[in-house]
Design a protein around this ligand. Structure first.
Ligand code: ADP
Ligand code: ZN
Ligand code: ZN
Length: 691
């Protein structure tokens, strides 16, 4: 991290330098400063913070520049050769033919490719190299750019002014909140702004949510921008990640498109940062080093003197408050280009309307109409599996997870009971394990049950389910999304996987099966997340030239929030909900930190937190006690998970600085407690999920 000539430590405690890996520092100075800040802000050890920013091979001391896979290319002579000239060496002829077929532009083919010809391909390739027909070399990161002007899009006046607004602050730190309803053309604004930044010879970093980084999006960027792009996400192999990292660091790519962890991507000369769907909770790392990618990028942009664009139809409350405080500039895209209008929304009163497996008559009728008109319906339910409760009507037994304070979900296809919190699985019993009667019933509905019900109601319709159970395997989500786009499905049933960023032009009906989950949750952010989800899913309807309709089933049709939903009035909803936050001293008006502890034995975690609470008292007595509030330890809302008892302790403060000063002093004391050995504990600064 730094060099010094002296140390206060006794020499016995100093360690020898084993090896000097790089002559020049591997990480750019400003990235080191970002990581140091993050270590301080999140009170997480600097070593682990830096680790999270380095690809695995580099953590193990590999050379900074990655080894690129070796590729074989036809030389000019090889390209001009008539393959019949090799008739007497059939293997060599096959190699030449394959190189011509797979890499006509001279990109080259990897060994893995050529191996398919024959296990003896290498001898043939070497012979061709000796003849000067083939060359062997490293693959370059460059990709051939797209044909120019493949998709000419003329920005409308609002988009154009949004772009010039963003570009006006190039070279300065300035945060813009690009607030535009779904489908209003935000991505087009990003693309135009990136184009301008790259034209000035600088790089752009674009973050998208975990499930927003689809091949379609990458393809759209590749086709529209005539530059080198690299992607960074958790699905990459270690060596792919290393190559992407190196390409970004050395400036051989101009655009980095990635998920949360790409916030640490090294950049040679950043000119613009973009965070799409900035409200998305996948930007928060929920374990280990618990950072928020949006907040990191904001700090990074300040260090680099570069503008940031936060885009969303439903901005995080934090961002809205920052606009109010004059810290962010708001840029609005109030309408959709072309004829596409926002769908009308209607509430369906679950108290009055009878249901078939959770679906009301009007919703079923609306789906029927879409089938007749050959349009698609999207049914949203944020619960996978068949049913959330397996219940015995004879003795009231309920299937519980043996390792968590949670009910088990029935999964029909696999005939199993599953815990969605710890992954526990068991075969579903046919008979009650307590009273031995055949009196078990499934209560409530998950996506599998809705799929089954709809298939029974509409036997001629194609029902397609999209949730984590069907998309866990690589490529399955893609295949299903393509099927939807090609009209291969009439009804889509899915969880929030369906709500993000996907464009389904033929969907004209969105049904929300039960909007009330989260309305009365213990998590104070639940209403915010609920509304963001519903508005996002509603935005899937009527994107093309067909008007859309949104039907929301609820037990609380008169809840003021739902009245606002009808008008898509996110801003007014946020205004009301923010007033509640302010009154309750919750974020964004107050700042929080959550100390968590867990142990396999009951009470141990909470006893540890009691000790920590006492240490807090000592620290607070020394400082001004009224600036920081330390609450009493409580069991976590779900106390037992995966066999561990969990407890938490909340700290809140009206200002950041005293909170962080307190945390630093407090954590130092906690670290010294001998009881830390009996528990797993962690600090979560700006926690998003309070469970
Ligand atoms: P968002 O990112 O806000 O959801 P997109 O940028 O994806 O919106 O735009 C939605 C659709 O509208 C896309 O198919 C896009 O190509 C199209 N679109 C956006 N802006 C324009 C424009 N100015 N002219 C024509 N089509 C546009
Ligand atoms: Zn029973
Ligand atoms: Zn469990």
């Amino acid at each position: 991290m730094a060099l010094t000539t002296e140390s206060d430590l006794p020499s016995a405690r100093l360690k020898q330098i084993i090896d000097v890996l790089d002559a020049d520092p591997l990480l750019p100075d400003r990235l080191i400063r970002l990581l140091s800040w993050a270590s301080e802000y999140y009170h997480h050890p600097i070593g682990e913070v830096i680790e999270s920013a380095l690809p695995l091979p580099l953590r193990r001391g590999a050379p900074a520049g990655p080894r690129l896979p070796e590729v074989y290319r036809l030389t000019r002579q090889g390209l001009e050769l008539n393959p019949t000239a090799l008739d007497r060496a059939p293997l060599q002829r096959q190699v030449v033919t394959m190189l011509r077929a797979v890499a006509p532009g001279g990109e080259g083919a990897a060994a893995a490719h050529l191996r398919r010809i024959s296990p003896a391909w290498r001898g043939a390739a070497n012979a061709l190299i000796r003849k000067g027909l083939v060359s062997k070399g490293q693959q370059s990161c460059r990709r051939p750019g797209p044909a120019d002007g493949l998709f000419p899009i003329v920005l409308n006046p609002t988009q154009a002014s949004a772009v010039s607004n963003i570009l006006s602050s190039l070279g300065n730190f300035q945060t813009s909140l690009l607030q535009g309803i779904t489908g209003s053309g935000k991505t087009e604004v990003y693309l135009a702004a990136i184009e301008a930044v790259v034209a000035r010879g600088r790089q752009a970093l674009v973050l998208v949510p975990e499930i927003g980084l689809t091949p379609q999006l990458v393809e759209r960027f590749r086709q529209r921008l005539n530059v080198n792009i690299t992607v960074m996400h958790s699905g990459l192999s270690d060596s792919e990640r290393h190559r992407a990292w190196w390409a970004a660091l050395t400036g051989s790519v101009q655009v980095v498109l990635g998920t949360r962890s790409a916030a640490f991507a090294p950049l040679r000369d950043p000119g613009l940062f973009i965070i799409d769907e900035e409200h998305d909770t996948s930007y928060k790392q929920q374990d280990g080093f618990r950072y928020h990618a949006r907040d990191l990028i904001l700090y990074r942009a300040k260090l680099e003197n570069v503008p940031v664009v936060l885009g969303s139809a439903t901005p995080a409350f934090e961002s809205l408050v920052n606009v109010d405080r004059g810290r962010y500039r708001r840029i609005e895209l109030p309408s959709r280009p072309g004829a596409a209008d926002l769908p009308s929304a209607h509430l369906l009163d679950l108290r009055r309307l009878p249901t078939t497996d959770g679906l009301t008559g009007p919703l079923i009728e609306a789906i029927r109409k879409r089938i007749v008109r050959k349009e698609q319906s999207l049914i949203f339910l944020n619960r996978r599996g068949f049913a959330p409760v397996l219940y015995c009507t004879a003795c009231s037994w309920i299937a519980q997870c043996p390792r968590c304070d949670a009910k088990l979900t029935t999964h029909k296809q696999s005939g199993s009971l599953q815990c969605h919190h710890c992954g526990h699985r068991a075969p579903a019993p046919t008979m009650c394990p307590v009273c031995q009667k055949l009196s078990l019933i499934n209560l409530g509905e998950g996506t599998q049950r809705i799929e089954e019900t709809l298939s029974a109601l509409f036997p001629d319709a194609a029902v397609l389910r999209i949730d984590r159970d069907v998309t866990r395997r690589k490529g399955h989500l893609e295949a299903r999304l393509n099927c939807i786009r090609e009209g291969g499905a009439d009804i889509l049933v899915g969880t929030q996987l369906l709500t993000k960023g996907h464009d389904f032009p033929n969907v004209t009906l969105v049904g929300v099966v039960n909007a009330d989950q989260g309305l009365y949750s213990m998590d104070f952010r639940a209403p915010e997340h609920l509304f963001q989800q519903i508005i996002q899913v509603a935005g899937r309807a009527g994107r093309a030239d067909k008007p859309g309709e949104v039907l929301v089933q609820t037990w609380n049709p008169h809840h003021p929030y739902f009245e606002l939903l009808r008008d898509h009035d996110y801003s007014w909803f946020a205004h009301l909900a923010l007033a509640e936050r302010r009154a309750a001293h919750f974020p964004p008006y107050h700042y929080l930190a959550l100390l968590r502890a867990e142990s396999t034995r009951a009470r141990v975690a909470i006893e540890f937190l009691n000790l920590a609470r006492r240490q807090a008292g000592v620290v607070l007595r020394k400082n001004k006690p009224d600036q920081v509030h330390v609450l009493d330890p409580v069991p976590a809302p779900m106390e037992r998970r995966a066999g561990r008892y969990r407890a938490q302790l909340l700290v809140s403060a009206a200002h950041r600085t005293p909170l962080h000063r307190f945390l630093a002093a407090w954590l130092k004391r906690i670290d010294k407690l001998p009881q830390t050995k009996k528990v797993r504990w962690s600090i979560d600064v700006d926690p998003v999920d309070m469970y």
